[in-house]
Design a protein around this ligand. Structure first.
Ligand code: MF3
Ligand code: CO
Length: 250
């Protein structure tokens, strides 16, 4: 069942989403060579709690931290550790924050210092793939229309589309119906209605689409070791289009 949010719920989801945006913006200047991914996690958790938010990833199915931090060939769900970021890395920070019972979810890939052309290309086109999906959002759109738009853009740009993970509905729970895959056919799947809220989140690889799960049972990596990027927004379906609830503040 896909929930339809009331005006009051939407107001809370806007606040949850905005806190996600604020936390990303707060972390950005810290994403530099030398910082450990656990230090980023500690900064985020403190910031989130100071703003009356709950870091919803922490404890979710046993995930130990507030942030998922995924470096280079790590696609998603990297566990913060004493790994130090290095010049030339790309790092995805993915977070879910609860605010008064409602969740916001957004992921961004950041460059650490100077990155090579392959990584630049990957980041730019993964972010654009997200917007290609978002552009489809309005009442009447099928989930497959979004999936297809992301897939076509990614494939045209020679990026590998990870199929094992997908976007999702969101509300009082971080993961609600429907699933929002990053590949699919137009006209297929449930139709959007005003008041639905979904997370669209392409995970794209510079190389092949194939991924593996590390022994920690969380970290998803590319099988060929090439870099991956991941961009995600929480998006509300409005009367005639969409509203991004996790706007970028830069
Ligand atoms: N932000 C991720 C998502 O979109 C989720 C987190 S996995 C967790 O689904 F376990 F860390 F919460
Ligand atoms: Co998500």
């Amino acid at each position: 069942m896909i929930s339809i949010k009331s005006e009051k719920e939407i107001e809370l989801m806007r606040k949850a989403g905005y806190l996600v945006s604020l936390t990303h913006q707060y972390l950005k200047p810290f994403v530099k060579a030398g910082i450990t991914t656990k230090e980023l996690d500690n900064l985020a958790e403190k910031f989130i709690r100071e703003h009356d938010g709950i870091p919803s990833c922490k404890g979710y199915e046993g995930f130990p931290c507030a942030l998922c931090v995924s470096v280079n060939d790590e696609v998603v769900h990297g566990i913060p550790s004493n790994r130090k970021l290095q010049n030339g890395d790309i790092v995805t920070i993915d977070m879910v924050i609860g605010y008064k019972g409602y969740q916001g979810d957004a992921a961004w890939t950041y460059a650490v210092g100077e990155i090579d052309e392959e990584k630049k290309y990957l980041m730019e086109h993964t972010e654009q793939a997200l917007y290609e999906g978002i552009k489809e959002v309005k009442p009447g759109t099928h989930i497959g229309d979004i999936s297809h738009a992301v897939e076509v853009y990614a494939t045209e740009h020679n990026l590998g589309v990870v199929r094992e993970l997908c976007g999702h509905g969101i509300g009082t729970d971080m993961h609600e119906d429907p699933e929002v895959p990053n590949f699919g056919k137009p006209g297929v799947g449930p139709r959007l209605k005003e008041g639905m809220v979904i997370c669209i989140e392409p995970m794209l690889n510079a190389g092949s689409r194939n991924v593996a799960l590390l022994d920690d049972d969380w970290t998803v990596v590319t099988l060929d070791g090439k870099p991956a990027a991941h961009y995600e927004h929480t998006v509300l379906v409005t009367k005639d289009g969409y509203e991004i609830l996790t706007p970028r503040l830069d």
